[in-house]
Design a protein around this ligand. Sequence first.
Ligand code: MN
Length: 216
Amino acid sequence: MRSTKCDIWYNIYMATKNKLTSYYKKRDFKKTTEPRGKVEKKTSKSPIFVIQKHQARNLHYDFRLEINGVLVSWAVPKGLSTDPSVKRLAIQTEDHPLDYIDFEGVIPEGEYGAGTVLVWDTGSYHNLRAHKGKDSQSMENALEDGLIEVWLEGEKLKGGYALKRTEGGKKPRWLVIKMDDEEADARRRPTSTQPRSVKSGRELDEIVDEDTSQDE
Ligand code: MN
């Protein structure tokens, strides 16, 4: 059978359908120990979030929310604040597989995102836009719409956070802002006072030492 225009469009559709295509493309799984996950069918009762502190070329915090079987991700250079008067830049990056939630370790030199990753905070979250009568929005719609409001139940971060898209394009830019609720606290500086992993209790340099000595 000769391939028709329809087949070509179908192939393009299939290639873009997998939300993780761009995640796979950027990585060589023979070299990196990052998970080679897939888009999960399951929808967990309460969706999860993770914030990974990532010492790459520049230090940043990767904020990820489980939405429809993947972790929708943003790189937040300064991390999330607990002060509602602070707006933090968040650059949307490629969706990650759900398995990434636990990932902590060293991404080898020469690989995409080379550097050290630490699970800075994690927990469940819920969608604050879900129960607003006729204005209710699913997470997927809120993402599309460019306004996300979530309640985080982390160890370090709790309460409402709003994400607002300010620029579209290939790497959409958003602002992440603490909502003014009972968990807001203008005096806390969790990124500096609570630097350790909630998974292993380690700091970045301890992860480097341990992961590198294992390889020898
Ligand atoms: Mn990163």
